[in-house]
Every structure is written in C-alpha cells, then in structure tokens.
Design a protein around this ligand. Structure first.
Ligand SMILES: Nc1ncnc2c1ncn2[C@@H]1O[C@H](COP(=O)(O)OP(=O)(O)OP(=O)(O)O)[C@@H](O)[C@H]1O
Length: 244
C-alpha cells in the first residue's frame, strides 16, 4: 500500500476538532475525488495529507513507514514525493510555461546550473514530455500571464510531476473554470493516473465530475469520512449522508 492513514485528528485549538477519526488506504494510480459541502473539511484534509498542518493525533504510513512522528528534516524526504496544487496556482507570470515547469526541479538541480541558468537536456526533454501529457506542448514558450485559468492549472500539474511527485494533491483544481476547461483538467488528471501510475487526490464541489472521472470517491461531512466507494456511482443515500 502506498499510503495508510489511521485515526487522523486535526484541531485548531484543544476544543475544536476539524477532522476526526479519518482512515484510509490508498494505492498507486488511484484517482480519488474528495467531495463535500462548503466547510466540510476538504481543504483541511488535503493539507493534512501533504503534512502542511500539524496532526493532533493519528498515523500516516508511507510505504509502511510511519512519517508523522519524523522530525522536519526527515519529513522533507517524503514531502518531495507529493505535490500540492493550489486552487489558484502561483506561477512566475513573466516566465514561459516551460521555465515554470522546469522550476519544479529546483531541489534536484546542482548549484552551478541554478547560477548559470543552464538546463540539462534530459530535464528539458522531461519538462516538454509533461507539458505534452497535459496537452500544452504548443504553449510551452508562452508566458504564463497569457494563459487561461485552465492552462495555468495544467502547467501547475506538469510542474508537480516534473518534481518527481508520486502523489498529486489538488485543491479544487477546476473551481472558476468554464465547463470545457474543467473537463480538460479532469481528463489530464485521469490520464496521468492511467499512464504514469501517479496517484491523484483532488477536491471537487460536485458529484457529477467525481463520478465521471475518479476511480474512487471520498465524501466528507463535518470533518468525517462518511463515504468511501470505488469504481461505482454514489447511491442517493450516500449523497444524502455527504450533503445533509
Ligand atoms: N485555522 C482555522 N481556524 C478555525 N477554523 C478553521 C481553520 N481552518 C479551517 N477551519 C474550519 O474548518 C472547517 C473546514 O474548513 P475547510 O476549508 O477544510 O472546508 P472545505 O470543505 O475545504 O470548504 P470549501 O469547500 O468552502 O472550501 C470550516 O468550518 C472552517 O471554518
């Protein structure tokens, strides 16, 4: 199993529990959609999974190793394995899509290349490869301030992948996009799972796109994982338990 989470609890203060008793096992190549009403805890869950928030309790095993207990330095090694794509990704607006994607390699680039700005051929090829996977090869030299919201999302996803992430966690990647761009982003994420075996966990507001693209759906209500189904649509009772 790639990730195992047991009894995740997150609190903002000692009396206010935002997430409680969350447990799941996730394998490689799964495409998980996290759905729930406003304020149900979706963003908080994604931030906890990417270790951006301090857990009040719980265990997080990555390939069998409990990583919540590790110190910050030790956690760094694991944090590189996943990438967090924000709702409104921040890219460098004056640089091309390609340069933005390449910046995902920052931690693996030797200092002399950072200083000279020289890019290794294999990194260049890899970045182009990921831009192609998200359907943006033709826009690789376009400055990112000229890209649409959907294209910006897709550059951010390519950047996450070039960093070598094994898990891409995306917070509402299609909010604010028109339906056509929303479908494109969802299709890109689905293809990444199928072709590269990357695991995707992404939050969405509605059920329809989750059912159309994801291989698994998590429903969150009031900080609890109330639904966890694989490979099928939700029943009305399950929808009611998420959006009551
Ligand atoms: N730092 C904080 N202090 C107090 N309350 C918080 C804090 N962070 C989150 N919350 C509360 O936790 C709950 C879950 O918030 P979260 O942002 O995870 O929900 P969400 O499902 O992502 O909502 P939305 O769909 O509206 O973005 C909300 O009630 C929110 O007000």
């Amino acid at each position: 199993m790639l990730i195992t989470v047991r009894n995740l609890v997150y609190k903002v203060d000692k009396d206010t529990e935002i997430l409680s008793g969350i447990q799941f096992d996730v394998g490689r190549g799964e495409f998980i959609a996290v759905i729930g009403g406003s304020g149900s805890g979706k963003t908080t869950l994604l931030r906890c999974i990417t270790l951006q928030e301090k857990w009040a309790a719980g265990h997080f095993f990555y390939e069998g190793k409990d990583i919540v207990a590790l110190n910050a330095w030790q956690k760094l090694k694991y944090k590189k394995k996943w990438a967090y794509v924000e709702e409104k990704p921040t890219l460098n607006p004056n640089k091309s899509a390609l340069k933005n994607v390449l910046s995902g390699r920052f931690y693996d680039t030797p200092w002399w290349r950072k200083l000279t700005g020289k890019v290794a051929l294999d990194e260049h090829v890899m970045a182009m490869d990921y831009l192609e996977k998200v359907g943006l090869m033709d826009l690789s030299l376009q400055k990112t301030n000229l890209l649409s919201g959907g294209e910006t999302q897709r550059v951010a996803i390519a950047k996450a992948l070039v960093q070598g992430a094994e898990i891409v966690v995306a917070d509402e990647p299609i909010s604010g996009l028109d339906p056509e761009n929303a479908q494109k982003v969802m299709m890109d994420l689905k293809q990444l799972c199928e072709k590269t075996n990357v695991t995707v966990i992404c939050s969405l507001h509605g059920v329809e796109l989750a059912e159309k693209y994801a291989t698994r759906i998590w429903g969150i209500n009031n900080g609890k994982l109330v639904v966890d189904v694989k490979g099928r649509r939700l029943t009305q009772a399950e929808k009611n338990s998420i959006y009551d």
